[in-house]
Design a protein around this ligand. Sequence first.
Ligand code: ADP
Length: 162
Amino acid sequence: MPTFAIYPGSFDPLTNGHLDVLRRASRLFDKVILAIAHETEKRPLFTVQERVELAREAVCGLENVRVEEFKQLLVDYVQEKGACVIVRGLRAVSDFEVEFQMALMNRNLAPTVETIFLMPRDSYSYLSSRMTKQIAQLGGDISPFVMPHIEKALRRKYGFST
Ligand code: ADP
């Protein structure tokens, strides 16, 4: 049976750290869906359609990766798709507590769905969408952290000429 994993998140926007985790997942599984959450407590900067478009352009070289949006409870979405693995990225100890809670809660809700954690390249371990947005808002250089089309979209959002 082909292996199939889902990498969920808000991806507001997708950073090179997310891409690093996604590439690793795409080598481990036959098929991976990058699943972008509609509902997020974080009041996203980009609409879900924008986040999907930006991510689609970023993953077009990865043949076994698709980008989708989802609205429902994550474990329901994973089971509807017929996947059995959730991929999450772990940067530092600071991610651990919340990821651990989420993984165990999801296991409680859906015992057959496993969560696995992948570590990005060490140079991305300090990178977050939140910090990238803060730097972009103040006109700083974000080119090491996101792909060029995402850098452009961020600059446009914050009113800088692209
Ligand atoms: P959330 O799902 O909490 O809104 P994000 O959309 O920012 O988080 O990220 C989705 C997943 O990617 C999470 O597992 C998060 O820990 C992970 N992640 C975020 N940034 C990085 C990074 N720089 N390197 C590796 N993993 C990351």
